[in-house]
Ligand binder design. Structure first.
Ligand code: XMP
Length: 324
């Protein structure tokens, strides 16, 4: 059997019982691989790395150290949730690094999307490697690699996400969910007791809000985007079924608004909700008009600097899911 091929006999994990059987099988394997060594994990708060963290906490407890890097481009409430779930509820060794200034300073004035991605990817590796070097005696690096990442090594993630750890760190990899598909990772996450908000989280790109605050990112527009996105997610999250991805974008343009009889310039917020199977093609999801109006009213009333709300009803192709 190739090291990177899912065993043909492996049953699809679809129920809590099968998830528990997977967990019971993995824990001794992880203990055997790690022994009394120390493990490091970059914990983004996404479902894959969260499930790996929860498995490792069960297997080796405080031998695991998680590093959560806040690059300033996370959605509203995300870093707080990672701290609440992992540090407060699971008693995980968690290093929280607020690197917002570092990332935003490097991104200042950068307009080109792939250049923004490269900066975010490289800076992330640098911050993570710096934290790793501060810790003594780490031998293992845990990763939330899942089976589609192996199958689609030329897929979107691999295409967009740059970098790799510096060679001198020289870790042995621990990848307990590498043969699982996304839906199986979610069932395992649920069995491990992770909150639904984390387990059923919609996909979120590595560069985060950075590719939804188009052009050169400014702190005020990024903050407006974070607030508007929270409203869009809360409202569209009420749809049944919930779309595959739904979020806000603030492009780098302004238009005229009017308030108290005075004209002023403000940003538009763009609402996007799509359904897809594999992110290669995607359909715009129908959003009820009263929901759109509620989103508009809430954003206009609460998000400073925004004076217009638009709905992006484009399909992929020809429009990509993200704006950049
Ligand atoms: P596009 O915009 O290419 O997106 O239609 C397809 C899917 O990929 C996600 N995406 C990314 N994911 N790093 C990631 O990890 C990235 O740089 C990136 N860019 C796009 C996007 O959210 C969608 O799910």
């Amino acid at each position: 059997m190739s090291e990177n091929k899912r065993p043909e006999t492996m049953q699809r994990i679809t129920t809590p019982e099968l998830a528990q059987a997977f967990i019971d099988e993995q824990l001794p394997l992880l203990r055997e691989q790690i022994g009394d060594g120390k493990v490091l994990l970059a914990l983004s708060g996404g479902v894959d790395s969260s499930v790996v963290a929860a498995l490792l906490v069960k297997a080796v407890g405080h031998q695991l150290t998680c590093v959560h890097v806040n690059h300033g481009l996370l959605r509203k409430g995300e870093p707080e949730q990672v701290i609440r779930v992992f540090r407060d509820q699971m008693d995980t060794n968690l290093v929280y690094v607020d690197a917002t200034d570092r990332f935003l300073d490097k991104l200042a004035g950068v307009v080109e999307p792939e250049k923004k991605r490269k900066i975010i990817g490289k800076e992330f590796i640098d911050v993570f490697a710096e934290e790793a070097k501060k810790l003594d005696g780490i031998h293992f690096l845990a990763q939330g690699t899942i089976y589609p990442d192996i199958l689609e090594s030329d897929g979107v993630k691999a295409h967009h996400n740059v970098g790799g750890l510096p060679e001198e760190l020289n870790f042995e990899l621990v990848e307990p969910v590498k043969f699982l598909y996304k839906d199986e990772v979610r069932v395992v996450g649920k069995a491990l007791g992770l909150p639904d908000e984390m387990v059923y989280r919609q996909p979120f790109p590595g560069p985060g809000l950075g590719v939804r605050c188009t052009g050169a990112i400014t702190r005020d527009r990024l903050e407006a985007l974070r607030e508007a996105d929270a409203v869009v997610r809360e409202e569209i999250g009420k749809l049944d079924p919930v779309p595959w991805q739904y979020f806000a974008v603030i492009p780098d343009i302004q238009s005229t608004g009017i308030k108290d009889n005075k004209r002023y310039m403000g940003w538009p917020v763009i609402i996007r909700a799509i359904s897809t199977v594999d992110a290669v093609t995607a359909k715009s999801v129908e959003i009820p008009f009263d929901m759109l109006c509620r989103i508009r009213d809430r954003i206009i009333a609460t998000v400073p600097g925004v004076n217009r709300v638009l709905w992006d009803l484009s399909d992929k192709p020809v429009s990509t899911i993200e704006w950049e």
